[in-house]
Design a protein. Structure first.
Length: 190
């Protein structure tokens, strides 16, 4: 009998991970661990979630969730996006969101920039997630991507304080000024 470490981890391994404040994700069976997000990150997430709820949930066309929530794309791909919008209520189970949702959103942190822009973007595209947004707090920008021919194409990049409407959801009015409000008021710590 052979013993040792698994070469590819899966959802059951992730579910057994300790609840220690870290974020555990799997992509192609490889474990990724990141620290808890900052208050500024969470403030931005909360404000964006409210806007998504006001659009998708009020119209009954989707439901917005914020981290921590697992999204199981396969037994070897389990991610925890900052925000996710699910259009199919059948994807919401007791344990997680199961299958590719309508929209995944990642808010960049210094430790996740490469993972969010490269690794996650490729995995999300491979699973056919139609929309992917990246929020860059430092640049005060939101990038909205749409899946076209198995790769994400930039639909729009909105910088600084301005409002925009998404081409696929023209009634979704996003006021970016609300995201960045108070960002300069948070201390850098000691």
């Amino acid at each position: 009998m052979t013993t040792g470490l698994k070469h590819k981890l899966e959802y059951d391994d992730l579910a057994a991970a300790p609840n220690d404040g870290q974020r555990y994700e799997l992509m192609e069976g490889e474990l990724y661990v990141t620290t808890a997000p900052s208050p500024l990150h969470q403030r931005t997430s909360k404000r964006l979630q409210r806007m998504l709820e006001a659009y998708f949930e009020v119209r009954g066309v989707g439901e917005a969730f914020n981290a921590p929530v697992d999204v199981i794309l396969s037994r070897w791909d389990v991610v925890e996006p900052d925000l996710v919008v699910v259009a199919d209520p059948g994807q919401i189970s007791r344990r997680a969101i199961e299958g590719p949702p309508l929209l995944m959103i990642e808010i960049l942190s210094p430790s996740t920039i490469d993972m969010d822009r490269e690794i996650k973007a490729k995995r999300y595209a491979a699973f056919g997630i139609p929309h992917y947004w990246i929020v860059d707090i430092d640049a005060r920008a939101i990038e909205c991507y749409r899946l076209e021919e198995q790769t994400y194409q930039l639909l729009q990049r909105v910088e600084r304080s301005s409002a925009f409407s998404h081409p696929d959801w023209p009634d979704l009015a996003v006021d970016t000024a609300a995201f960045w409000s108070g960002a300069d008021d948070i201390s850098t710590g000691s």
